[in-house]
Design a protein around this ligand. Structure first.
Ligand SMILES: *Cc1c(COP(=O)(O)O)cnc(C)c1O
Length: 370
């Protein structure tokens, strides 16, 4: 028998090697021109990203977490305001609600898609509710039609958390184009990743774009002109140049993720105890993560690890049950779907450079456990 095929969870270096010359040239150019903060590389990336995401404005910033905070600050969140977010996400989605001065109101997740459960959303709206943050988790769009309808009825803003969903589509339309604003992360492992921290917020509203850009840059758009107090959250020139090199490759990398997910759906079908991801009607996910469910998740992960296959749990504890939110006093029964899923979900390796041999190794590994 041959050695086990090693399957990393992701392989950033493999991606770098495919575009090494372009990346190295771009980095040298930024260094040669000392364009480290703002400057032409940042402007160029903002324009190109807005274009690909089909929105009018892109305000870049230091990371995806800041993009959520900047957007909510500009949307005018104030003390006592309630913001509804899914019970299952990365903590950035909700820690920024508190940072902006608001109160986190969790909504359970849909048992099939892991996105916010729109059937439970309406009951959470109170006179103090100001906005909703749907998260297109794992790269699958949240059910935007009922979310936008509810927001319209109650006069709420919608901020789409697109950190995991660059180029995903809902009913043929790009995510990030439905709400008042959309936040993006370019953390290295995201579908579009920098070589360090980076983020952006997009919108079609010119006034909102201006307020967000101002807030991110010490409260002013030109040096010395501080209209308000702001923060320092800038995309740097090196990251912008790197992202500009990678952006044109994103559609093709996305297609690869979709092909790999399709292969997994075939290779893993009919294995006892394994629940495969379900794609809801009219959604085109971009598979930031490929998440299966299994009642004996931890044993399965350990079995795969023994075979040289890396897996991750995104995320092991749903947000309301984290120590950070203990003060809200939630119990398991408040979010039954998020609670049930937290012990069953397992993210399998998926990245554009993954080989068919690696895919087969993952499938064989899972089959040999069952
Ligand atoms: C990665 C991520 C963020 C935050 O992005 P950073 O760039 O790491 O700050 C926000 N929301 C979700 C759902 C994420 O996955």
């Amino acid at each position: 028998m041959a050695e086990h095929v090693q399957v990393p969870f992701a392989d950033l270096h493999a991606q770098y090697l495919t575009i090494k010359t372009e990346i190295d040239t771009a980095i040298s150019e930024v260094i040669r021109t000392s364009a480290f903060i703002r400057g032409p590389y940042v402007d160029k990336f903002e324009a190109a990203f807005a274009d690909m995401m089909n929105v009018k404005h892109c305000v870049s910033c230091a990371n995806g977490t800041d993009s959520l905070y900047i957007a909510m600050h500009a949307l005018g969140v104030k003390p006592g305001d309630e913001v509804i977010a899914p019970a299952h996400s990365w903590i950035s989605t909700t820690e920024t609600i508190t940072q902006a001065g608001g109160k986190v109101v969790f909504c359970d997740t849909d048992p099939v898609t892991h996105t916010i459960d729109t059937a439970k959303l309406g009951a959470l709206v109170t006179p103090r509710t100001v906005g909703i943050i749907p998260v297109h988790l794992y790269g699958q769009p949240a059910d935007m039609d009922p979310i936008m309808a509810l927001a319209k009825t109650h006069g709420l803003w919608v901020l789409e958390d697109c950190a995991q969903s660059h180029l995903a589509r809902y009913k043929g339309r790009l995510v990030g184009t439905f709400g008042n604003a959309a936040s993006f992360s370019f953390y290295p492992g995201k579908n579009l990743g920098a070589m360090g921290d980076a983020g952006a917020v997009t919108t079609n509203d010119p006034e909102l774009a201006k307020r967000m850009a101002m807030f991110a840059r010490h409260g002013g758009l030109t040096k010395g002109d501080h209209q308000i107090e702001g923060i320092n959250s800038r995309l740097d020139g090196l990251q912008a140049a790197i992202l500009s090199v990678k952006l044109p490759h994103l559609p093709q990398w996305t297609r690869r993720r979709q092909e790999i997910a399709a292969s997994y759906q075939t290779l893993l079908s009919g294995i006892d105890g394994v629940t495969l991801p379900t794609v809801a009607e009219s959604r085109e996910p971009v598979w930031h993560l490929y998440v299966i469910r299994h009642e004996r998740r931890d044993a399965l992960a350990a079995h795969l690890k023994g075979l040289g296959i890396q897996t991750v749990v995104n995320y092991p504890v749903a947000l309301p049950f984290l120590p950070a939110y203990r003060s809200l006093g939630h119990v398991e029964a408040d979010f039954p779907n998020a609670h049930r899923d937290q012990s069953r979900i397992l993210s399998l390796p998926i990245f554009p450079e993954m080989t068919p041999v690696q895919m087969l190794a993952v499938a064989d590994g899972i089959r040999s456990f069952a």
